[in-house]
Write a protein that binds this ligand. Sequence first.
Ligand code: GCU
Length: 678
Amino acid sequence: RSARTAPAALTPLADHVDPAWLPSEAFRALGSRRTVVCGTGALVDTVHGEVAWACGAFGGSVVRAEEPADDRPCDLLLHLGERLDAPEPLGDEGFTLVRRRGRTTVTAAGQRGLLYGLFHVVRLGEAAFGASRAREAHRPALASRMLDHWDNVAVHPVMGQVERGYAGGSLFWRDGRARGDLERVRTYGRLLAACGINAVAVNNVNVHATEAHLLTDRIGEVAEIAGALRPYGIRTQLSVTFAAPLVLGGLATADPLDEAVRAWWAEATGRVYAAIPDFGGYVVKADSEGQPGPFAYGRSHADGANLLADALAPYGGTVHWRAFVYDHRQDWRDRSTDRARAAYDHFVPLDGRFRDNAVLQVKHGPMDFQVREPVSPVIGAMPRTRLAVEVQATQEYTGQQRHVCALAPMWSQVLRWRPEGATGTSVGELARGGLVAVSNAGDDPYWTGHPLAQANLYTVGRLGWQPDADPFGLLDEWIDLTFTPARTEAPERLVAGLRAVLYRSWRTYEKYTAPLGVGFMVQPGHHYGPSVDGYEYSPWGTYHFADRDGVGVDRTRATGTGYAGQYAKPWAEVYESPDTCPDELLLFFHHVPYGHVLHSGRTVIQHIYDTHFEGVAEVEEARQVWASLVDLVEPARHTRVAERYEEQLRGAREWRDHINSYFFRKSGVPDAHGRRIH
Ligand code: GCU
């Protein structure tokens, strides 16, 4: 039985939606070969459909067989088999790949594994069909690799359709209801599967009135989305309000220990599973920035999380309970309260009290997705709790997808960091509950607004699969798939150019924005552009304490908030002293005079001036490099990026001038190089 029909998702969209990292060209090697797909099931159908489509485009052939036959001539065998010839069990998502005697064989025990094996072959391109390869075993290091969409169903008066969204509207919702454009959702699922994502939460963690109803009377709309994501092995999750029994159920309380409340959740969850049998579970933001939670009833966050975990347990579901809990009505005059301490103070005492199917979702840093933060001390301090690490692909504080900021190098630093010191376990290994990223995708034709921001979506999935992967290698993978350099006239120039604009973009962004880990010098509300004192006298707990003598937050045990003491040795000691604290985090941990000399040999004030001039120069350079690729990049994509570089350069100059002028005026210290400061 052979087929040449296109997977429904592909053809109709080709004209107006960017193929991102799955352009047809990426399928050339596969699509020009003879493939046998062996096995049955819905995801095997997806695999077969993919191969058939590729063969339609590039002249190969595909046959579907019940059993693999050695004598059948083929170049690629994609085989769903019972027995895996691998040293360790590979689970539902793993696969093996071997090439011998001119045939490449991918074997998986589960359908998802076969799908990931297929996309692995796509990534390898011609290399999948070259020299013999010894058997390789692949499996994801983290079982859960989830995207959180901060999408609202109804347009929120302040936040709009997508909270912190920089890529147009929502892929799922528009003007109060499901969009119904399920082909687009399916295409999204396809892209996500190709980078290893296996779960998507379809609505904002801030659950407003309309969105609350997705849990009950509007679950059908969620089921439709789930149906479109399912063929690509992606489970659907839902953000729910802790107050649901009150606002939806008409109960008088949402107390997690109240029997009626427990019964309500059990019943509501049963109905969710009736609509979506493979539903992934709930995501909850409780007692955080105004969202309701268990504190109102004098209960702990373990009580709150376990309530939902118990409701989900009979169906194998998981609750993702966020640790982003802090006082957002702080008095800025009070220097003893430290927002950075909050997650640890609230959650570490609860270690061991969460159910097995409760995952504590911890932001990677103690504050809020700044361009530079230390790793959250919660990670590593809760050995008896399943932790997920949450990162932000949507570039709220990193240029809002108008600036290039490839975040894989930053995420990789987090995931490779070792809370107990060099010989201890890494964050990637400790994240037993998985990796979660706030999605940066929307209904923009390029998915992410800035075409180069696609790299963040791609690499975050890949890092979930392999947290210790080389982030630059992953960027190369993305470059290779998206731009298929080998098919252009100057592959080396194209790759070198793309590396030049991506590899150091995070450091560049850091240079022209917030120095030495200080953070939050952004415009309040929308968080785009500089405002050094924007949050200084606000209730949000995000201060830098700059005065005429110095800048930074004293978070030491000796004289400050004690935050540094939340780390295990040796980090507690490293961070405690400005002599050992790494330069890039100095102002996060210490209040120092402007004349303080960094390890780099520069003073703090001179570092501020220098990096801001350097940052702008690096943006100018990157913009030139991009311009030089005009003959090698598809015109529409090239133009879109070029336009955004104009805004990035304008923004970088504005940042430079604000920050430098502010600190010059505060400190009175002139620039050692006599450059113009306003
Ligand atoms: C940030 C962001 C909010 C978001 C919050 C969260 O504070 O600005 O929009 O709701 O993070 O992670 O819940």
